[in-house]
Ligand binder design. Structure first.
Ligand SMILES: C[S@@+](CC[C@H](N)C(=O)[O-])C[C@H]1O[C@@H](n2cnc3c(N)ncnc32)[C@H](O)[C@@H]1O
Length: 214
């Protein structure tokens, strides 16, 4: 279940962003949080990046900035989301990226289109069957050796973090988030056909970053 805060946070971007920034304090602030998925990833020339379930472009902006800082002078960031309202905001917030409306489980891209697929705190919104379909789609649209990197919730390994995560999930999330923290995503990615998948835990284990190679 979730509370009235969930629809409110989707309706008003400042509420969503405010709570996201508050939660990011657990890993040292929003800038650090947004870098976690990109740790160790080399930005080569002409990199094609998909920000899957991009929302209002909160993470897309960091991908655009990182591409610009890489000095390769080329490449492209595309954000995809199912919400028209979020995409309108994203186009306003991140004019340097391109945005596409669509469902993550039916990606409107050709096979082997991207070097990097990035997803920030969105997989916990998916039903188990939908999650599997989405990971299969990510595998399909990645180029061979392309990387899928994402950050999402995880069952805390440090007991001190259990009340904080439980309160956050209770206030904002539905049962899909509780399911996700019980799911072995590394195992699922390997089952789907990724060559390797590495999980790193943060904030007492309440957040996971997974980087998987197609
Ligand atoms: C919690 S927000 C995350 C937004 C952003 N990535 C961030 O880091 O803040 C989850 C997003 O996933 C999108 N979403 C949920 N289900 C989706 C689906 N099946 N296909 C595409 N987008 C979806 C929602 O519209 C929402 O914008």
């Amino acid at each position: 279940m979730a509370t009235f805060l969930r629809p409110l946070s989707y309706r008003y971007q400042w509420i969503y962003d405010g709570f996201s920034r508050l939660a990011a304090i657990a890993v040292g602030g929003e800038f650090r949080f947004r870098q976690l998925t990109l740790s160790g990833i080399q930005f080569q020339p002409n990199l094609q990046i998909l920000d899957l379930c991009c929302g209002s472009g909160q993470a897309t902006q960091f991908l655009v900035d990182r591409l610009a800082q890489s000095g390769t002078g080329s490449g492209k960031v595309i954000g995809l989301d199912a919400s028209v309202r979020s995409l309108d905001r994203a186009r306003h917030n991140v004019p340097a990226a391109k945005f596409v409306e669509g469902f993550a489980e039916e990606l409107p891209f050709a096979d082997s289109s991207f070097d990097l697929v990035h997803t920030s705190v969105a997989l916990h919104e998916m039903q188990p069957d939908q999650l599997r379909e989405i990971l299969q789609q990510v595998h399909r649209v990645l180029k061979p050796n392309g990387i899928f990197t994402f950050v999402d919730f995880h069952q805390p390994t440090n007991l001190i973090f259990i009340p904080g995560l439980s309160l956050f999930l209770f206030l904002f999330e539905t049962e899909t988030a509780w399911n996700l923290i019980q799911t072995d995503l590394v195992k699922l990615l390997i089952e789907i056909g990724f060559q390797e998948a590495k999980q790193t835990l943060y904030a007492g284990g309440s957040l996971q970053v997974v980087q998987a190679r197609r």
